[in-house]
Design a protein around this ligand. Structure first.
Ligand code: ATP
Length: 289
């Protein structure tokens, strides 16, 4: 179970995550969606104990992360969006190292390493240095390292990036099997089809606040969007009409440019519109985290 209570992160006056409440019960795969800069990674990094919240509480299973971080973190496997691996370790050494961080070693860990490498089709690379792994292979190794200590919750930031279709399918199956056995998954993604196909429930975060949550059907009702796809719902809830408008303006401009070069006639005067209300604005400036 993952529970967030009024979780908040500010950088100076800028509110990156604004009093987010969320409850993901055991057995649920929950999708966290939102436009760029909405606060997804910041939220997930707070749950992983990498960033300290400005306010609010985080519960992993029965443990309050801020009160009992060691115990809470033992329950969690975190798969970051920008994975870090030690280049000069082999795949097996890396997994052994991560298991050691959780205080686990010996025959049980060795068996688990073999199982995970087999599952992710990395067995033949077991004794090769990570520096020789491809991007997708590293991603698979990172996912294995998040599972090595048998967590009950998985928090994953953009899981499908870098995986080939077979790897993506495998990951979907693993997550589904994990929640069916009572695990909890909280997953951020930009791939709306992935969210639509995989997630039991979804929350959409925008400018640090959750603007909608529920099953796809519940979201449809909330937005009176009929049988809209998740993409349409997402654009509607996050003000994506501006993006559609921008696309229309750009195609209009392209059409006009074509006409201009043909006729060499007078100025159209439409050039400034793309920088108007439709253009996305930065919400804050990233400093060192
Ligand atoms: P994306 O989909 O682009 O990965 P996101 O939803 O994961 O975006 P975050 O990385 O959580 O967004 O960032 C949320 C906001 O917080 C952004 O406006 C970002 O610029 C800001 N932010 C993140 N880290 C810092 C920092 N260390 N200092 C200042 N602002 C920050």
């Amino acid at each position: 179970m993952i529970r967030l209570e009024r979780l908040t992160k500010t950088y100076g006056k800028f509110v990156a995550v604004n009093a987010v409440d969320l409850h993901v019960p055991p057995g649920e795969l929950f999708g966290f969606l939102g436009p760029n800069g909405a606060g997804k990674t910041t939220t997930l990094r707070m749950i992983a104990g990498i960033l300290r919240p400005t306010a609010g509480r985080i519960w992993l299973g029965g443990d309050d992360l801020l009160v009992d971080p060691m115990s809470a973190k033992r329950r969690l496997g975190f798969i970051p969006d920008r994975p870090f691996v030690y280049e000069k370790l082999t795949g097996a050494e890396f997994l052994r190292f991560v298991a050691g961080l959780y205080g686990q070693d010996g025959a049980v860990v060795e068996r688990r390493i073999d199982e995970l490498l087999e599952l992710f089709e990395l067995s033949v690379w077991k004794h090769e240095l990570v520096e020789s792994y491809s991007h997708g292979m590293r991603q698979k190794l990172i996912i294995s390292s998040a599972l090595i200590h048998r967590p009950e919750c998985i928090v994953v930031d953009e899981p499908m990036v870098g995986l080939d279709p077979r790897g993506a399918r495998l990951l979907k199956d693993i997550f589904r099997a994990f929640v069916e056995r009572g695990g909890t998954v909280l997953m951020s993604t930009h791939t709306l089809e992935v969210a639509q196909a995989m997630c039991d429930r979804i929350a959409i975060i925008q400018e640090g606040s959750i603007v909608a949550r529920g099953t796809i059907d519940e979201l449809r009702q909330q937005t009176t969007a009929g049988d809209a796809s998740l993409e349409e719902l997402f654009l509607k809830l996050t003000g994506g009409e501006a993006i559609q408008e921008l696309a229309a303006i750009l195609s209009e401009e392209a059409g006009l440019r074509g006409q201009k070069s043909e006729t060499r006639s007078q100025e159209s005067g439409i050039g400034g519109r793309a920088a108007g209300s439709g253009a996305p604005k930065p919400r804050g400036k990233r400093a060192d985290s």
